[in-house]
Design a protein around this ligand. Sequence first.
Ligand code: INI
Length: 156
Amino acid sequence: MKDIKTYEGTFTDAAGRYALVVARFNSFVVEALLEGAVDALVRHGVNTSDIAIYRVPGAWELPLAAKRIAEKGGVDAIITLGAVIRGGTAHFEYVAGEAAKGIAAVQNSTGVPVAFGVLTVDTIEQAIERSGTKAGNKGAEAAMSAVEMVSLFKQL
Ligand code: INI
């Protein structure tokens, strides 16, 4: 591959303006995702003054808020954070499905990268595992994908 011009983001070029859109529902888990995301951004050199946090009621509201923020302009990437936990609720399929579809639609229609940091899990234990314990922190992972996209877009 060494003769082929390749464009890819790096993690050493994180400077940019980041919006974090954060669901309040299941806040015990989502606050840990937020902590992971902010920590990942700051440790990669993003200034705290370039990070803004927007809170919404639940994962259902994430796409609309992300769309408004993207359309307003002034951000290089958006990171959505939430936790949809199946538990006993049939609501799960609707909330998780629409959040995922809606978030994908926002980045495709606005051209602003929108990272998907929404846990969709069966149990609270799985949510805890993915928010800073044995399965890592999906908020931090979403933040890193945003950094990579910001870095890639600087080259395009
Ligand atoms: N919102 C979540 O973020 N996670 C969930 O697990 C969840 N469940 O299970 O119901 C949830 N529901 C609320 C939803 O996101 C909206 O805020 C609500 O329906 C009002 O529009």
